[in-house]
Design a protein around this ligand. Structure first.
Ligand SMILES: Cc1cc2nc3c(=O)[nH]c(=O)nc-3n(C[C@H](O)[C@H](O)[C@H](O)COP(=O)(O)OP(=O)(O)OC[C@H]3O[C@@H](n4cnc5c(N)ncnc54)[C@H](O)[C@@H]3O)c2cc1C
Length: 329
């Protein structure tokens, strides 16, 4: 890195961040992507429902995205951003670079690098917290799934399960029926079903298991064995569930950005261009839109990159106008 002053810094190098970086690089903006390198879909071998790239490994898309952005002059730093501070005309981003290694006992804590930019795009994604059931996380992204649009086709017609985590899971329960006639609902998390719903599930041929799930384990032929607290065992091919989502935005706390409460949790508020309540900060992708899939994250990132560039265009005109006025005064 030749300079620590950038036009724009993109925090997060997933689908949203790389799309924003590409838009900024192609706008001739000095742009840095700071990325911790752990995209949300890294557990899956292939991604689907991504037009033109269906079946591509998720990490291959990001390799391609980094190469394309690099061709437009975008720079990269493998690091974790720990704080962002407002310094008036710029934002100061503090990041702990990777590869420094853990300090030996008694050594001082690693020092964060400070990098400045006039615009910031936050595209740091979310973490999925799965229900705390032994064995469940082991199959995440392969036999333990959350999104039928991403992976439903691959398990269509199979013996599917839906592990409800709250009354809101009824939506997922009904949805999964579209992909198979053989669906077992692990219903303890639904908290009781009214007669009408119970009748509707039975009418659609869905089996309801009321006891809580105790363990999930792989069987010898690649299937999943789901055991309940009552001792029942169900052999299925894949199970859908919904974890709770945690946006990676704690490093922005000093900016005091406005937030919106939603059924999925508390997320930073953005307008249609991705702009937050801070005029120099945009956010895109899962960090502000938890339901966004890869193409949605790419679209939001490209939009936020363009919006940030236009805000800098306006600032460049305002600064030039002010400079010319004071020169002629
Ligand atoms: C198992 C699984 C399978 C999926 N399959 C599909 C699919 O088939 N098709 C589809 O369209 N969608 C799929 N998705 C959804 C997809 O993962 C998201 O839509 C997509 O990753 C969102 O992109 P993003 O750029 O917002 O976030 P991410 O891809 O999660 O990227 C965020 C990046 O920011 C980095 N970061 C976080 N915090 C910091 C920090 N403090 N400093 C620096 N960097 C940081 C992370 O390490 C990461 O590299 C799947 C999701 C899961 C969980």
């Amino acid at each position: 890195m030749n300079t620590t002053d950038f036009d724009a810094i993109v925090i997060g190098g997933g689908a949203a961040g790389l799309s924003a970086a590409q838009a900024l690089g192609r706008s001739l903006r000095r742009t840095l992507v700071i990325d911790a390198g752990a995209p949300r879909n890294r557990f899956a071998t292939h991604m689907h429902n991504v037009l033109g790239l269906d079946g591509t490994p998720p990490l291959e898309l990001l390799d391609r995205g980094r190469a394309e952005a690099s061709d437009y002059g975008v720079e990269f730093l493998a690091a974790n951003v720990v704080t962002v501070r407002d310094a008036g005309d710029t934002l100061v981003v503090e990041a702990l670079p990777h590869g420094a290694g853990a300090p030996a006992e008694g050594d001082p804590a690693p020092v964060a690098m400070a990098i400045t930019a006039r615009a910031l795009i936050v595209a740091t994604g979310v973490s999925d917290r799965l229900p705390d059931i032994p064995g469940l996380a082991d199959g995440w992204g392969r036999t333990v799934l959350h999104c039928p649009y991403c992976h439903g086709w691959e398990v269509r017609g199979g013996r599917l399960g839906v592990l409800a985590t709250s009354p809101a899971s009824l939506h997922q329960v009904k949805l999964i029926r579209q992909w198979s006639d053989t669906v077992t609902v692990f219903a303890a998390g639904l908290g009781g079903l009214d007669d009408g719903t119970e009748r509707a599930l039975a009418a659609r041929g869905m089996r309801v298991e009321r006891d809580p799930v105790a363990t999930v384990a792989p069987g010898s032929a690649g299937e999943l064995l789901v055991t309940t607290s009552g001792g029942a065992s169900h052999s299925i091919d894949a199970i859908f569930t919904a974890g709770s989502l945690r946006p990676h935005d704690g490093f922005l706390s000093e900016l005091g950005l406005e937030r919106t409460e939603s059924p999925f949790g508390s997320f930073i508020t953005v307008d249609v261009t991705g702009r937050t309540s801070h005029p120099r900060v945009w956010a895109a992708g899962n960090v502000v839109a938890p339901m966004a899939t890869v193409p949605m994250a790419m679209g939001a990132g490209a939009g936020a990159g363009g919006a940030a560039n236009y805000a800098l265009v306006e600032e460049d005109f305002a600064l030039a106008g002010a400079a010319s006025e004071s020169a002629s005064a």
